[in-house]
Write a protein that binds this ligand. Structure first.
Ligand code: TXA
Ligand code: MG
Length: 431
């Protein structure tokens, strides 16, 4: 069993991609030049082929925890490292549509009778593949009979989810491993997904031996998961690619929402099994305020929590987006300016300030600490930094995190941000 000898190795240079070269040509050049990155990709690919301990790697959405999708013992290693419930299936990652084609036709290349029909990707996905692959879109496909996928990948479903990542680094790793790679997000189960190698290290360092560091993930939220083999087609998990863009594709005009988003009236159980679990949750309670919440109401709510010793809010975190002002109004403006302090070894722009509080039933006042973080105002920046912000506040041992939501109607990425925040907040949503 690996221990804290877990290595985090930078392969960031490979983010620049192959340019005009194919993956094979790119890899041949890296090997010819004996680059440090080629050595580490070779090592990671070998581990993927032979070891039962998964390897963490960067992708454009979030970091993944990868294993050879065709070997049961390797895939079991993912569930073990993450402590993930076994009824939550994994996404398979391929380096090309060709690799998916081979997965769908396991007997290809071996002697075949002419009667064996070739299985193709369901045609409904072709417009999506043309437009969104490589990229943050996962499609659900029937698992063929005689499939090479380990049964643990699909958790007993008759389908599997697959995506072709746009991260060149991820594609190169899959190409060199020459295997479809099953990879969930590389966080411990229930925690916010990791968007840096350090997040992965924090959650899994005693459980895996190698983390490839490609720098922060660009998108910051997981892929959109779609099911085109049901009628009508459905979005099972919102992500970087949204309903408007999907509806522009032939056959997807009537795509519906197949996930429960808290404020949607959905009685069914979610169709992506993972969506039923507590998820994206820091240790701290998360209280999510809708974008329309008035500042005065938010301040009253926070003050009440701080004064109520039963709630036990000692240190609090505030995550602001578009309208809240720094520090809310928890300290008078003139005091705030002089007491704001940067927080060392944490996110830039994360500041702390003291709040004197008179707890109910307690004779003396005590000082509590608030941490204030401005996530940003535009949706891309908010999506990109969200999980890192929740993780940074957890590191500071806050008891509660108050989050200023954004309007889920502001486009797809905004809907995905609010979906993750609603999951993190559970029932604690304020309007
Ligand atoms: O961006 C991403 O998708 C990242 C990166 C690493 O690629 N991966 C990721 O995987 O988020 P994970 O395991 O954290 O989420 C997979 C989601 C779960 O909600 C799971 O239930 C759903 O996809 N899923 C996988 N296979 C499925 C299937 N056959 N039918 C329905 N849902 C499926
Ligand atoms: Mg996940």
């Amino acid at each position: 069993m690996p221990d804290s000898t877990t290595r985090v190795v930078s392969v960031q240079r490979l983010n620049q991609g192959p340019g005009d070269r194919s993956l094979a040509e790119w890899w041949a050049d890296e090997c010819k030049n004996e680059t440090p990155e080629s050595k580490i990709i070779e090592e990671a690919a070998n581990l993927l082929r032979t070891s039962d301990t998964p390897v963490a790697f960067p992708s454009e959405t979030v970091y993944g925890l990868g294993a050879d999708a065709t070997r049961s013992s390797a895939v079991q290693g993912i569930y073990k490292a993450k402590q993930r419930p076994s009824d939550n299936p994994l996404i398979v990652h391929v380096d090309s549509v060709d690799m998916l084609d081979r997965l769908l036709n396991p007997t290809l290349g071996s002697p075949r009778s002419c009667a064996t029909p070739r299985i193709s990707i369901p045609p409904i996905y072709q417009p999506l593949i043309d437009r969104f692959w490589p990229g943050p879109l996962t499609i659900i496909i029937p698992n063929p009979s005689g499939s090479n996928l380990a049964p643990e990948v699909t958790s007993k479903l008759t389908t599997f989810g697959v995506r072709l990542p746009s991260s060149p680094l991820a594609r190169l790793l899959i190409h060199v491993a020459d295997r479809p790679i099953a990879a969930p997000s590389a966080n411990a189960s229930t925690k916010p997904s990791p968007t840096t190698a350090q997040h992965v290290y924090h959650d899994l360092h005693d459980r895996i031996s190698l983390i490839l560091d490609g720098g922060p993930s660009g998108v910051g939220l997981e892929s959109t998961v779609v099911d085109g083999i049901s009628n009508p087609p459905a979005i099972l998990r919102p992500g970087g690619i949204g309903i408007e863009a999907l509806r522009e594709c032939a056959g997807w005009e009537n795509v519906t929402l197949g996930y429960n988003d808290g404020n949607l009236d959905m009685k069914e159980i979610p169709r992506a099994p993972g969506m039923k679990y507590r998820h994206y949750s820091p240790k701290a309670r998360v209280v999510l305020f809708e974008s329309s919440s008035k500042a005065a109401g938010v301040e009253r709510h926070v003050q009440k929590d701080l004064q109520d010793s039963a709630i036990g809010a000692h240190n609090i975190g505030i995550v602001r987006t578009r309208n809240w002002k720094q520090g809310l109004n928890l300290a008078p403006d003139e005091d705030l300016a002089s007491t704001l302090k940067p927080v060392p070894n944490s996110l830039e722009n994360l500041v702390s300030f003291p709040i004197p509080v008179q707890e109910t039933g307690s004779p003396s006042s005590r000082t509590k600490t608030a941490y204030d973080y401005h996530l940003g105002t535009d949706t891309e920046t908010i999506a990109h930094g969200l999980f890192a912000a929740l993780r940074a506040l957890d590191e500071l041992d806050v008891d509660v995190i108050y989050v200023e939501g954004i309007s889920a109607l502001d486009g797809v990425l905004a809907a995905a941000v609010m979906n993750r925040l609603r999951k993190a907040a559970g029932t604690e949503m304020k309007v």
